[in-house]
Design a protein around this ligand. Sequence first.
Ligand SMILES: Cc1cc2nc3c(=O)[nH]c(=O)nc-3n(C[C@H](O)[C@H](O)[C@H](O)COP(=O)(O)OP(=O)(O)OC[C@H]3O[C@@H](n4cnc5c(N)ncnc54)[C@H](O)[C@@H]3O)c2cc1C
Length: 344
Amino acid sequence: MKEIDYIIVGDGYAALFFAHQLILNKKSFVVFSSGEKSASHISAGIINPLVLKRFTRFWLAQEQLDALRKTLKEIETYTGENYWINEPIHRILHDEMERDVWTKKCKREDLKPFLSSDFKSFDEVKNSFGTGCVLQSGRLNVQAFFADFFSYLKEINAINFEYFKYEELDAEENIYQNFKFNHIVFAEGMAVRNNPYFKNIPLIPNKGHQLNLKLSENLDNKTFKKKYFLFPTSENRFYYGGTHDRDHLENEINEDSVKDLKKSLEDFYEKDYEISSVYYAFRPTVGDRRPILGRHSSHENLFVLNGLGARGILNGNYFAKDLFDFIETGKPLLEEVDVKRFLK
Ligand SMILES: Cc1cc2nc3c(=O)[nH]c(=O)nc-3n(C[C@H](O)[C@H](O)[C@H](O)COP(=O)(O)OP(=O)(O)OC[C@H]3O[C@@H](n4cnc5c(N)ncnc54)[C@H](O)[C@@H]3O)c2cc1C
């Protein structure tokens, strides 16, 4: 029997940002990874402090951005790379009205740190009303982040590429197969529905599609957003997405979502393009738009970290630390995110 501090079930943002806390604090652990391409692995990697429909601030925006920058520096010490790509979002303005709203909002004290005070115009895309730049925004290098993190976990012998079998968990004795653990953190995204201990947390799946593209004209390392995000991933390769759909949840590509992507792209990119692949996955969202974390109501060593919604990177990083502090030091969780709010 191998004695360890933690088991983590899952391999997306929630799981890996929690694993980072364990690495930082020299805890022993093992991650169980299904090896599937889920929401985190196909995400755009956008780090965005704003709600881009209304130009308002995302919850705890500055705190979450600061925490993420800190984490990425810490991760760099063991993977050798900082995955923050310094390419801010250029929001293509739809009309005169949006331009007026932006002009007013960028003067507000609470929004000044996030909305540029001037507008820019670019030749590569149609932007008749100009673009506003989201200050402090950027992108995570998603491919490299996961590839390097998994390699590091392999190197320190802390990952099992196996599906975690709930029926083999002895939650009374804290034993799973040949592991005797102190705590388990479940970070399975939508697949938590297979978990008998947390299957009832009220997640709402939000299906997102994205396209991988070849464009006939380069974008010069810029991230554009009109309806969805468009940015380069490598030489002449581009990412466009992702859609939001709560109604068509089949395990297959929805042609209507692909049509929507194409139409909205052609609305601002008028040159030729080729679709090389289409992916979809399910975001774990919550009705009150807050993550769900905390302790199981009757098994005190079982924890959940989920409900990251459309902000897997910022929420995942920020609340992984809160959950770690809660488990290790008893620091209370924010009421808004505590799983207890659903147990009343
Ligand atoms: C198209 C799209 C674009 C997005 N773009 C962005 C973006 O730009 N920025 C942003 O911040 N967020 C973005 N998101 C949202 C973000 O991806 C999610 O918030 C985030 O991925 C949720 O992370 P998670 O770790 O909770 O779940 P997941 O990413 O679903 O990861 C959970 C993993 O655990 C595995 N697992 C489950 N059960 C088991 C088990 N029993 N044993 C082993 N493994 C198991 C699953 O297979 C899965 O791989 C996007 C989402 C989509 C769909």
